[in-house]
Ligand binder design. Structure first.
Ligand SMILES: [Zn+2]
Length: 69
């Protein structure tokens, strides 16, 4: 239970696999990000996911090997 830690861990942003950038617009290659919505801890990214469920849907539907064009 480290919820009250004075130095919280860096937030995990949502990586938009469609636009190839972090959803909340933060920049920097040292930012932690994930394409899995359930692992996102950045409040802004979580809010964006809530407003645009399609982002999560896109992330959850990774192109399969047999789905190549
Ligand atoms: Zn974010």
């Amino acid at each position: 239970m480290d919820e009250l830690s004075p130095t919280p861990a860096s937030p995990v942003h949502f990586y938009d696999t469609l636009s190839h950038r972090i959803a909340c617009g933060v920049r920097g290659f040292d930012q932690r990000s994930t394409k899995y919505p359930r692992l996102v801890t950045c409040h802004t990214c979580v809010a964006l996911l809530g407003e645009r469920p399609s982002l999560a849907v896109a992330a959850g539907s990774e192109p399969a090997a047999d789905a190549a064009p």
